[in-house]
Design a protein around this ligand. Structure first.
Ligand code: GS8
Length: 217
């Protein structure tokens, strides 16, 4: 039975789950949520995610929200098919995948996401980008990327010499960031640049990027 993903292909949180779904070759149905009509704040959707945010995954009787938890569930449930995103046969490598997935969620995402929001989303909502927020977060992101540059000069991917869920979680926000005037933060760091070129050219990433056109329904 296909899993049901409630969300929008252009939303970076939905795209994170879609990247995992495509890596694993999981049968799925994308159920669009009409954000402009506030569908996600209405009782039927709130029953699936009380925080009223996309994405939500339904797999039979199981309902999940929080994109990273959803992708982890998919990577674990379908561990035998497609690419092994969790290194489930090697406890140490699996632990390192979790470490770098946490780094994405605790260090990388909090810095990159306000930049993407101010640069790409605010104008769509008729707001002026807040340059102070952008500058503060560019500074934070630079520091995180210095750590990445050092790490990626020792291993091909973040958790080791294997592509994992930790790398995958970086794809959607970085995809939008690379359209900004500050893409040089990635391009000027040779190991980060090579890593980005590698992870963004995976067939699953290319497929997900096709739907990442902001402003679409
Ligand atoms: C964040 C969900 C979220 O912000 C996750 O799933 O990772 N930590 C959660 N969803 C956004 C779209 S993100 O592209 C959302 O639903 N926004 C609508 C709103 O804020 O009303």
């Amino acid at each position: 039975m296909a899993v049901k993903l409630h969300g929008l292909a252009m939303s970076s949180c939905t795209a994170l789950v879609l990247s995992c779904i495509h890596e694993k070759g999981v049968d799925f149905e994308l159920v669009p949520v009409n954000l402009s009509a506030g569908q996600h704040k209405q009782p039927p959707f709130l029953a699936k995610n009380p925080f009223g945010l996309i994405p939500v995954l339904e797999d039979g009787d199981l309902t999940l929200f929080e994109s990273r938890a959803i992708s982890t569930y998919i990577a674990e449930k379908f561990k035998e098919t497609g690419h092994d995103l969790m290194r489930h046969n090697n406890r140490n490598e699996a632990a390192l995948v979790k470490v770098w997935a946490e780094v994405e969620s605790q260090n990388y995402h909090p810095a990159i996401s306000p930049i993407v929001y101010q640069f790409l989303v605010a104008p769509l909502l008729g707001q002026n980008p807040n340059q102070e927020i952008i500058n503060t977060n560019l500074e934070k992101l630079s520091k995180v990327l210095d750590v990445y540059e050092a790490k990626l000069s020792t291993t091909k991917y973040l958790a080791g010499d294997f592509y994992s869920l930790a790398d995958l979680h970086h794809f959607p926000s970085t995809y939008y960031f690379m359209k900004s005037p500050w893409a040089s933060l990635v391009n000027d760091r040779p190991h980060v640049k090579a890593w980005w070129e590698d992870i963004s050219s995976r067939p699953a990433s290319v497929k997900v990027a096709e739907g990442m056109v902001l402003g679409q329904k």
